[in-house]
Design a binder for this molecule. Structure first.
Ligand SMILES: Nc1ncnc2c1ncn2[C@@H]1O[C@H](COP(=O)(O)OP(=O)(O)OP(=O)(O)O)[C@@H](O)[C@H]1O
Ligand SMILES: [Mg+2]
Length: 257
């Protein structure tokens, strides 16, 4: 505790402040002090991918938050939207720019085609892929653009997005689950696919507390990587999050870092 804080606590100002607080909040205990935490960051060269069997569970949002939070704590990761059917991160970023398709067909110009989403270098996805992705070329693009920085991939959804060639260059696959019954069912349906991937996989559950997420992970037989709470800002499609959500993202980053 700082000397100024100790002095304030010992002075009559503290009693006065406590009285005001009780009147304003109806609470008798002091409010828990804010604990600013240093954002967690992915290590140099670390590559992580987010995927779910069904859409709408929060995979893209979690990938975006991991990239932004990691950029605040260390070297900014490259964020790549590889959703081949319904890429949504550019919408979220409110960016209209060159996409992964532009980078795929312009060897040598990849770096010039990368956008920035705040501090995060970002390659938006493209529905022009229509499900087809040249994985070797995509890997070349990612290698050329990332330059040794960490990489966060939004693989999108569906069985075809779990490409073994791509995943052999990834350090961790995060299988993302939502909290609804049908979304949880999709996790158990996805297990047969996840078992075959050439990198370690773990579970991220969106919209539940850590202990419930731990139960789901135990049933699924996957390590729990993260439990991301329901966030009212994210639920309204804003790309802003409350402190508990950011703490959960930090915990996720530390487990996959
Ligand atoms: N932690 C959260 N709390 C509340 N709402 C969330 C949270 N994460 C995501 N959402 C909201 O859920 C919806 C789906 O999120 P998102 O687009 O990230 O899912 P997805 O799994 O990538 O699915 P798709 O690719 O089909 O869009 C969005 O409206 C998003 O704002
Ligand atoms: Mg998505």
């Amino acid at each position: 505790m700082s000397r100024i804080r100790a002095w304030l606590d010992a002075s009559p100002i503290a009693d006065l402040a406590m009285t005001f607080m009780r009147e304003a909040t109806g609470r008798t205990d002091p409010i828990e002090p804010l604990r600013p935490t240093r954002p967690a960051a992915l290590a140099e060269g670390r590559r992580v991918a987010f995927w779910s069997l069904v859409g709408g569970v929060g995979g893209s949002t979690t990938a975006g938050l991991v990239a932004h939070r990691s950029a605040a704590g260390g070297r900014a990761p490259l964020l790549v939207d590889l959703d081949r059917w319904a890429p949504s991160l550019a919408l979220r970023a409110r960016i209209e720019a060159a996409t992964i398709v532009d980078a795929l067909v312009q060897p040598g110009r990849e770096l010039a085609l990368v956008s920035r989403w705040s501090a995060v270098p970002f390659l938006p996805g493209s529905a022009a892929l229509r499900g087809r992705l040249d994985v070797d070329r995509a890997t070349q693009v990612i290698d050329a653009v990332s330059g040794g920085a960490p990489v966060v991939l939004d693989l999108g959804t569906g069985p075809d997005s779990l490409d073994a060639g791509l995943l052999s260059r990834v350090d961790r696959l995060c299988l993302v689950a939502g909290a609804r019954a049908s979304q949880l069912q999709a996790v158990f349906c996805a297990l047969a696919l996840v078992r075959d991937v050439p990198c370690p996989a773990g579970l991220v559950v969106v919209g539940v507390a850590e202990d419930d997420a731990a139960l789901v992970a135990e049933r699924a037989g996957l390590p729990l990587l993260g439990a991301i709470p329901l966030d009212p800002y994210l639920a309204e499609d804003q790309f802003a999050a409350r402190a508990p959500t950011l703490r959960a993202i930090d915990a996720l980053i530390r487990r996959i870092a």
